[in-house]
Write a protein that binds this ligand. Structure first.
Ligand code: F6P
Length: 348
């Protein structure tokens, strides 16, 4: 995300814009003061190699209220801010769009209640937004990759490679849990890239006899001379009844049936930190620059967009459509309609 923050800041300054960074997400937008600071070229020096985000991130319940959005609008108007790049998941982007849609109404109320002057309000007749998607889960419809996914994947693969040394030497089975509460992308591609024997993901719930299927596969691999087994379990893995399958469940199944020396490694939040991969740095750079170009071209009538990567090209896709589709996937998952979820996740 830092790469995107850097790129947006510098490209916008290069194009002659005044740039503000809003710290701590919508909380900072509501709070104002030092949470909204003008950025210079140097504010974003030396951040591309850092994980996380230097501007912070916060879930804001206040932004879901009209009063919260009135405060946020006051802070933007008083600084003359009319264009926003919002980096987040579907929740943050939906929030930004709600804000955009009610802008005129919010401004009228602020003028009526003397919270902003008519002169200041007149300078920001509308607000425009562009979204960038930051999520290690790669769970957003409309883009091939979200910012952070590749870095998380690198971390997962190097961790599995490290575990393989022990597994190989001691002829062990390792069950590795990776993130992805609702999306199995990380688990699936990590399994492919690490030559794992088996993988459990939320979108492909395991059949009732999964223990037998798994153990048959593991013992077949051992009979072919393999000294170890690697099994990847997504955090949100489930069976066909929707019951969670945990790494411990898998370990118990392998130990009970095959008596293999089996260990569990839960990677947890290490997947979300550390230095970002080169791919993610470039993705943030390219998406950030395109976000600035998009915002500068947008008029009051323009549809808000998300900057996506399609193939290897930066494209602008309608924000509302992507958010709606992402939410349809979430609903299909909740309804246990996995085929629909997978079909919707594919390219539009
Ligand atoms: O970013 C999404 C995600 O990585 C999920 O895969 C995971 O379940 C969740 O975040 C963990 O979030 P938290 O840090 O709030 O526990």
């Amino acid at each position: 995300m830092n790469s995107a923050v850097r790129s947006i800041t510098r490209m916008a300054i290069y194009c002659g814009c005044k740039v503000y960074l809003i710290y701590e997400g919508y909380e900072g937008m509501i709070e104002g003061g030092d949470f909204i600071k003008e950025a210079t070229w140097n504010t974003v020096s030396d951040i591309i190699q850092q994980g996380g985000t230097i501007i912070g991130s916060a879930r804001s319940s206040e932004f879901r209220t009209r009063e919260g959005r009135l405060k946020a609008a006051t802070n933007l108007i008083n600084r003359g801010i009319g264009r926003l790049v919002c980096i987040g998941g579907d929740g943050s982007l939906t929030g930004a769009n709600t804000f955009r849609l009610e802008w005129t109404d919010l401004v009228q109320e602020l003028v009526r209640t003397d919270r902003v002057t008519p002169a200041m309000a007149k300078k920001i007749p509308y607000i425009q937004i562009v979204g960038l998607v930051g999520s290690i889960d790669n769970d957003f419809c409309g883009t091939d990759m979200t910012i952070g996914t590749d870095s998380a994947l690198q971390r997962i693969i190097s961790s599995i490679d490290a575990v393989v040394a022990t597994a190989q030497s001691h002829q062990r089975a390792f069950v590795i849990e990776v993130m992805g509460r609702h999306c199995g992308y990380l688990a699936l591609v990590a399994a492919l890239a690490s030559e794992a024997d088996f993988c459990f993901i939320p979108e492909w719930p395991a059949p009732e006899n999964w223990r037998d299927v798994l153990c048959d596969k593991l013992s077949q691999m051992r009979s072919e001379g393999q000294r170890l087994n690697i099994i990847i379990v997504a955090e949100g893995a489930i069976d066909r009844d929707g019951k969670p399958i945990t790494a411990e469940d898998v370990k118990t199944a392998v130990k009970n049936k095959l008596k293999y020396d089996t260990r569990v490694t839960i990677l947890g939040h290490v997947q979300r930190g550390g230095a970002p991969s080169a791919f993610d740095r470039l993705l943030g750079c390219r998406m950030g620059a395109e976000a600035v170009f998009a915002l500068m071209e947008m008029t009051e009538e323009s549809e808000p967009c998300v900057i996506s990567i399609d193939g290897n090209v930066m494209v602008r896709v309608p924000l509302t459509k992507c958010v709606e589709r992402t939410q349809m996937v979430q609903k299909a998952m909740a309804d246990k309609d996995w085929d629909t979820a997978v079909a919707l996740r594919g390219r539009s």
